[in-house]
Design a protein. Structure first.
Lengths: 429, 134
């Protein structure tokens, strides 16, 4: 595949993404998403009264970054006398999703400039991920956090590829990492990813050691200063400035049985991917929520339609269609991680793609274990949304390797295009 | 990359094998048994639906129960289409007022009450057949 074909193909996919994401922003109910009523109230109060949520009320633990933008957008919507002014808050997310899609393309080009198949496959994976389109339609801070994290990854990738660890890139990296924490506390894992990548670069490449270590210091300092007022505000009111919720006294790993961590609940994960079938299992809830609608927030549920055989069939179809891309993304992730560990000097850039999914998964797992609920409510695909761009790179890496055999490449191309087209009706709300 | 693909494929195969084995050895209650368990736990009598050829044709089975003394035939369809068929068959042989006031369908479950049910009776049977409705 030529570079030109990959760019044109990616542009076509991003065009479809733009149309679907913008349409969803105006058709999906503004109070339809996770905790949407709390976020809408938060955004409105923040912009109109300059007030954060009262102590312990609503989404008080969520930083105000997205709320400020969405609140201003909502005010604009009211000034324009829109039927539902908060749709403009959702439009912020549609734009965030689209720009992240462009960054995925830039990331793939930066990390693998001679592998156009990776560019196209990564953009395709990102654009047709249900968790991206679902979150992108909601009034929710996660898509903006994903955009900022993707921006930080791009800066990190540029540093690694150019072997340029000057303050000119370290400061923007720190600013992005700090801004991420002002949108969603979960994005803290990205700070750890950046520090690890820069430290590995310092350890494995003597010629850039000093500048890479200085870049670590500058990045961490800026990333700490930017969200400091928010953390200071939270620390002055709550016991934990990041997430102030009571935990059980039990040792964290003992709070869930072994099956919670390892059991994917086949065949229910494919044939009954909706709430009630595996509430106490991590893998199937995360999978079903990522590729379908486990919690009834998109195609069924309160305020929407009751489940019917047709809706069940569409959820089963989503679960089946998600198997191949999930397997390829995991294979790419394992391969990149394996290569990064076994041959650390060869290419530090591999860590830019491999570390975010691992860190995000660890973060979601910790949340699910530390704050267990009987219905699996703390296991949501959206909590790992910021890692989807990096996971898309892992997917692209695997597809590129397999596509080197012409027959396999043709088969994969057909299977993935058919999958994407089959998913499209589910992605459009 | 080859090793990674083998590793991921092995994980998937292991999950499938584990699931198939679990399905084979588990003695999970059928949909009809789940309804019976719910009725038993709430001390509500039930018996087989004898002589009702429409109810007996339901893919997941049928029973008779009497919440608060009001007898009801519960037919568990295997799909929404099956439940629609059961509803249609009852509608074809029952008087209009029975269809209007005593015949109900909730997704895959059809109820035919002997007397018009109270709200409490309706809710009781609805909740006891939740699993069977999907």
């Amino acid at each position: 595949m030529s570079s030109r074909a990959a760019v044109l193909g990616s542009a076509a996919i991003l065009l479809v993404l733009a149309v679907v994401a913008v349409r969803n922003a105006f058709t999906y109910p503004s109070i339809g998403g996770y905790d949407a009523q709390e976020y809408v109230t938060y955004a409105r109060d923040l912009v109109e009264r300059g007030a954060l949520p009262p102590e312990g009320v609503g989404a008080y633990y969520t930083p105000p970054g997205y709320m400020a933008l969405a609140g201003v957008a909502g005010s604009l919507g009211r000034a324009l006398d829109l039927h539902d002014p908060d749709h403009l808050g959702q439009l912020v997310n549609a734009v965030a999703v689209l720009v992240t899609g462009v960054i995925v393309l830039l990331l793939a080009r930066t990390l693998w400039p001679a592998r156009p198949v990776i560019w196209l496959a990564a953009v395709g994976f990102f654009a047709f991920s249900p968790v991206v389109l679902k979150a992108g339609a909601m009034f929710h801070p996660e898509p903006l956090a994903m955009l900022i994290t993707a921006g930080a990854l791009l800066v990190l990738a540029l540093m690694v590829r150019r072997r340029a660890y000057s303050w000119r890139l370290a400061v923007p990296l720190g600013l992005l990492l700090g801004a991420g924490q002002l949108v969603r506390a979960w994005s803290l894992w990205m700070v750890a990813v950046a520090v690890i990548v820069l430290c590995v670069a310092a350890v494995t490449d003597r010629s850039v050691r000093r500048s890479a270590l200085v870049a670590v210091a500058v990045t961490v300092a800026v990333a700490a200063v930017v969200p400091a007022p928010w953390y200071a505000h939270q620390a002055s009111r709550y016991s934990n400035p990041v997430f102030d919720r009571p935990q059980e006294d039990e040792f964290v790993l003992a709070r869930r049985p072994l099956e919670f961590y390892v059991d994917a609940r086949f065949p229910d994960i494919v044939f009954h991917p909706w709430q009630g079938h595996f509430n106490d299992r991590f893998v199937p809830v995360l999978y079903a929520e990522t590729w379908g609608d486990y919690f009834g927030i998109w195609s069924w549920g309160p305020g929407r339609a009751d489940r019917t055989d047709a809706i069940d069939a569409s959820l089963v179809r989503q679960s089946v269609l998600g198997l191949l891309p999930t397997a390829l993304a995991l294979a790419g992730l394992v391969a990149l991680l394996g290569l990064a560990i076994s041959r650390p000097r060869e290419d530090v850039g591999r860590l830019v793609a491999a570390l975010p999914p691992v860190a995000a998964l660890a973060s979601v797992l910790y949340l699910a274990v530390a704050y267990p609920t009987s219905d699996g409510d703390t296991i949501k695909g959206t909590y790992a949304l910021a890692a989807v761009p990096a996971l898309a790179l892992c997917f692209g890496f695997a597809v590129d390797w397999l596509a080197r055999r012409r027959f396999v490449g043709t088969f994969l191309a057909v299977a993935l295009v058919v999958s994407a087209l089959a998913m499209l009706p589910f992605l459009v709300w | 990359m080859g090793v990674a693909i083998v590793l991921v494929a092995s994980l998937l195969v292991a999950q499938v094998v584990a699931g198939v084995v679990r399905e084979a050895v588990s003695d999970e209650a059928s949909y009809l048994e789940k309804v019976q368990i719910c009725l038993t736990e709430r001390e509500t009598p039930f018996e087989p639906a004898v002589g009702d050829i429409i109810a007996l044709s339901a893919a997941r089975g049928a029973l008779r129960s009497s919440p608060e003394g009001n007898e009801v035939t519960v037919a568990l369809g295997g799909s929404e289409k099956d439940a629609e068929r059961l509803y249609r068959d009852y509608s074809a042989v029952a008087p209009d007022d029975v269809v209007r006031t005593r015949l109900e369908r909730h997704r895959k479950v059809v109820f035919l009450w002997d007397r018009e049910p109270s709200q409490a009776q309706r809710e009781f049977m609805y909740l006891c057949t939740l699993d069977a409705q999907e």
